[in-house]
Ligand binder design. Structure first.
Ligand code: NDP
Length: 496
């Protein structure tokens, strides 16, 4: 990778189409692999947010919402092309910001380009409905832009989660105020640079890194904001839902998870092993959909676990720029401290650490925020480590005896984001998938994604769906029209 830190965004923020030093608190972005400084970003202040909102309202009213589908789609295509042309740079920036491997951040950048392309196509091919006639009226159900939309995103996959909100919201004719997480402020700013170069009219996109408690709050509570799309933790999401309820404003919430993976004895065990490893340890476990609870049918439990432990210990923990690396550093020292506290709680609750459970040591590892892929067995279902989201490379494992039991165990959690089922018996896989409360079911695979397939959670994993064709309409208001065809005054008025 032929980049150095010169290519990182400058530290200015993008307020209503202008690059400026934010007037809020500084945000310090560091590289988790060695803690070197990326950038000090001058974060947004309340005044900056107010100015971004004013400019967004002016820009949206100036014609974007009224623009023809093909005109908006053309801009989205140019943004997609801009992202595709900058994949290496975006990937470098995101790896510096989050510590994820270049292999992964490259895939995320490509997916972001695909997201803009997809929503440009959805916009150009979306149909509006004339509804069935039940009177002397032509009845139409049409969609209109909401106006101003806030997008609030977490640090784990910023370019992908930013694109998943910004692309449909812009396609739908809105202006967007994007607040990236404070641990990963840089990629969103790069997206702003690309959108600006693609000719997105000034003011339609602002990128406002800044404190969640100031910038995030304002982007929810400000009266001009008509919708919030949030991805992040459940407790912040719940607070946003409460504030949105005060305004009676729609929100979508993509929240945390504690997803079960189920391996039946009749599974293709190579598929299952690869799925389990990828499901929990890719992205160093920092993934909302991580398969963090593993249930293995008792007749193969010992044999499967033996292979799983060996394969886990063989994973390459290394520098994110190294192509051989499978498990890169965690995002931040504070986050590693939280992962360590979870593992300590598991041990205190009687868990047995079968793999990992510690930091790796040595030169490379001492410089960065590394943690070994970890497997813990023998925990009661009530343990904190089994119930709560770690958001790190920690897998809890359990045997089960039959389908009934594993459905009960799989559902014994307050989250409901995803689940994995490994078996050669397709009807059984479908049956179990239907009975597990989750937004996504993977069968004989895990952590696969497609922009055309809706995504979201049930229970405390969220409200609403992103992606898919309806992802566009989520950023629009539906309006019904009745057009009189009878030409006679209403009889109630008795004027005819
Ligand atoms: P947080 O909930 O802590 O933060 C998410 C975003 O919300 C950040 O931009 C944060 O800003 C902002 N924020 C914080 N407080 C407020 C507030 N009061 N009002 C408005 N915005 C606020 O999550 P993390 O960034 O730590 O991300 C990890 C979480 O995200 C995990 O729980 C994970 O499961 C979830 N997630 C869910 C996904 C899904 O699709 N279901 C996908 C990816 C992650 P700041 O950083 O400045 O605090």
């Amino acid at each position: 990778m032929g980049f150095d830190t010169d290519v990182l965004p400058s530290g200015e923020i993008f307020v209503g189409g202008e690059w400026m030093r934010g007037r809020g608190a500084d945000i310090i972005s560091t590289f988790p692999a060695d803690r070197s400084l990326n950038r000090v970003v001058a974060g947004a202040s309340a005044e900056d947010v107010e100015s971004a909102i004013d400019r967004a309202a002016t820009a949206q009213a100036a014609g974007w919402g009224e623009a023809k589908a093909q005109e908006r789609a053309a801009v989205l295509h140019r943004i997609s092309d801009g992202i595709a042309a900058a994949v290496d740079r975006i990937s470098f920036i995101q790896t510096r910001d989050t510590g994820k491997t270049l292999t992964e951040t490259r895939a995320l950048a490509m997916s972001a380009a695909g997201t803009f392309r997809y929503f440009a196509s959805v916009l150009e091919t979306a149909d509006e409905d004339a509804t069935v006639r039940r009177a002397d009226t032509l009845t139409l159900s049409l969609h209109e832009p909401i106006g101003l939309v806030s997008a609030i995103t977490p640090w784990n996959s910023p370019i992908a989660s930013d694109a998943q909100k910004v692309a449909p919201a812009l396609a739908a004719g809105n202006a967007v105020l994007l607040k990236p997480a404070s641990w990963s402020p840089l990629v969103g700013l790069e997206l702003a640079r690309i959108a600006e170069a693609a000719g997105l009219p000034k003011g339609l996109l602002s990128v406002l890194p800044g404190a969640g408690s100031i910038v995030g709050e304002m982007l929810v509570t400000h009266p001009a904001i008509g919708r919030v799309s949030f991805t992040g933790g459940t407790s912040v999401g719940r607070g946003i839902a409460r504030k949105a309820a005060e305004k009676l404003m729609p929100v979508s919430l993509e929240l945390g998870g504690k997803s079960p993976t189920i391996v039946f004895a009749d599974a293709d065990l190579d598929l299952a092993l690869a799925g389990v490893l990828f499901g929990i340890f890719s992205s160093t476990g920092q993934s909302c959909i991580a398969g963090s609870r593993l249930y293995v049918e008792r007749s193969i439990y010992e044999r499967f676990l033996d292979r799983l432990v060996k394969a886990t210990e063989a994973l390459v923990v290394g520098h994110p720029f190294d192509a051989a690396t499978q498990v890169a550093p965690l995002v931040h020292d504070d986050h590693r401290a939280s992962v360590e506290a979870f593992v300590a709680s598991g041990i205190a609750d009687g868990g047995e650490v079968l793999a990992g459970g510690a930091r790796p040591t040595g030169n490379l590892y001492d410089r960065g925020v590394y943690y070994l892929p970890t497997i813990v067995a023998g925990l009661p279902a009530s343990a904190h480590l089994v119930r709560e989201e770690v958001f790190g490379p920690v897998l809890t494992v359990f045997p089960f005896d039959d389908e009934e039991e594993v459905v009960r165990l799989g559902n014994d959690n307050h989250y409901g984001l995803a689940c994995g089922v490994f078996t050669r018996d397709t009807p059984k896989a479908m049956r179990v998938g239907r009975r597990i409360a989750s937004g996504t079911v993977w069968i004989n695979t895990y952590k696969q994604f497609s922009i055309s397939t809706p995504f979201g959670g049930v229970k405390e994993s969220g409200v609403g769906r992103e992606k898919g064709r309806n992802g566009l309409f989520a950023y629009m208001n539906q309006k019904s029209y009745y057009l009189d065809l009878g030409g006679r005054p209403h009889p109630w008025a008795r004027i005819g």
